[in-house]
Design a binder for this molecule. Structure first.
Ligand code: ADP
Length: 298
């Protein structure tokens, strides 16, 4: 079509008899060319609009999906957290309810009532511990946890945490060893939070170690950091669980029948270590476990 138009134009101009005719022909040709260009432009604009009609919504749909991804993930995490928390709260509440119903069913001796109350008290203590932990994590998620930044002598802090665990260590006849660093170790942080973190780790080492086993806490200074290891000779942790046990409400199968727990302690340890610009990790080859905390020194 293009070829025939050009041929037609050349024919008309070449066959014009006078210069005026040739001029008029050129003008006509120019008008035809303009019309042709306009037709093409119109066609291009229509095609462009059709393409944009599909492309723009697709791009915005994709970008909106990408932007909402973190919100969706956070919503899912929050939903899972609430479901797991409700599940954990239900178990002790059911136990308490059953105990009370059983106690009230008929007249009982004072000793029976005392027994029921003691058992309920234990469950209530577990409930308050769970609520405390849930509150800690909820505040942490909202960035509402307030940390003091004090100069803390870590050797003193760990010694005092160990002193608090003297009774369960003696009851279980565990061999406790504490190997502090050669010189004093000062870290910047919140003494209460750090005590909670080391308390959780030492608590676990005792909980998951058989009677007559061993628990060792060692400290080593490496450049501007301090490495604290809580080592036990207990049941160990399967390699596939090493990452997962730091997730909320996650417990390794081996520990389930052994002790009661909510699977929140290590999530709290991780949150505290992070808030102190440190890390907490686990090593275990199935026989005994080593939890390593690394913190920057002051
Ligand atoms: P909890 O002890 O209340 O279950 P944690 O978050 O402290 O919750 O620990 C999560 C899980 O990690 C435990 O249930 C247990 O399976 C495993 N774990 C933690 N510490 C040890 C340890 N020292 N030895 C063996 N398993 C451990």
């Amino acid at each position: 079509m293009e070829l025939s138009f050009h041929d037609d134009v050349s024919d008309r101009v070449l066959t014009s008899s006078t210069p005026e005719d040739a001029k008029a022909d050129w003008r006509e040709v120019a008008v035809d060319l303009n019309e042709l260009a306009l037709d093409r432009l119109e066609f291009a604009v229509v095609i462009l609009n059709v393409v944009l009609l599909f492309v723009i919504p697709s791009i915005s749909w994709y970008l909106t999906g990408k932007a909402l991804e973190p919100v969706r993930r956070s919503h899912e995490t929050q939903r899972q957290f609430v479901t797991d928390a409700a599940h954990e709260l239900r178990t002790p509440l059911t136990i308490i309810q059953n105990e009370i119903e059983l106690a009230l069913k008929q007249e009982r001796s004072a000793e029976d009532y005392r027994g029921a109350l003691a058992s309920n008290l234990e469950e209530v203590k577990r409930l308050s511990e769970l609520v405390e932990r849930l509150l800690f994590l909820a505040r942490h998620d909202d960035g509402m946890d307030q940390f003091a930044v004090d100069r803390i002598d870590l050797t003193d802090l760990i010694s005092s945490v160990l002193a608090h665990h003297r009774k369960p260590i003696a009851d279980r006849q565990l061999l406790l060893e504490f190997c502090p660093a050669e010189k004093s170790v000062i870290v910047l942080g919140d003494a209460m939070m750090l005590s909670m973190m080391f308390g959780n780790l030492i608590d676990n080492a005792i909980k998951y170690t058989d009677d007559f086993g061993g628990v060792t806490v060692s400290m080593k200074i490496c450049e501007a950091k301090v490495l604290i290891e809580v080592i036990d000779t207990g049941i160990g942790i399967a390699p596939e669980m090493h990452e997962k046990i730091f997730d909320r409400f996650t417990r390794a199968d081996a520990s389930r029948g052994l002790t009661k727990g909510h699977g929140l302690g290590l999530s709290i340890c991780q949150a505290i270590a992070k808030s102190h610009h440190g890390t907490v990790s686990v090593k275990s080859n199935g026989q005994g476990s080593t939890f390593a905390v690394v913190l920057p020194t002051a």
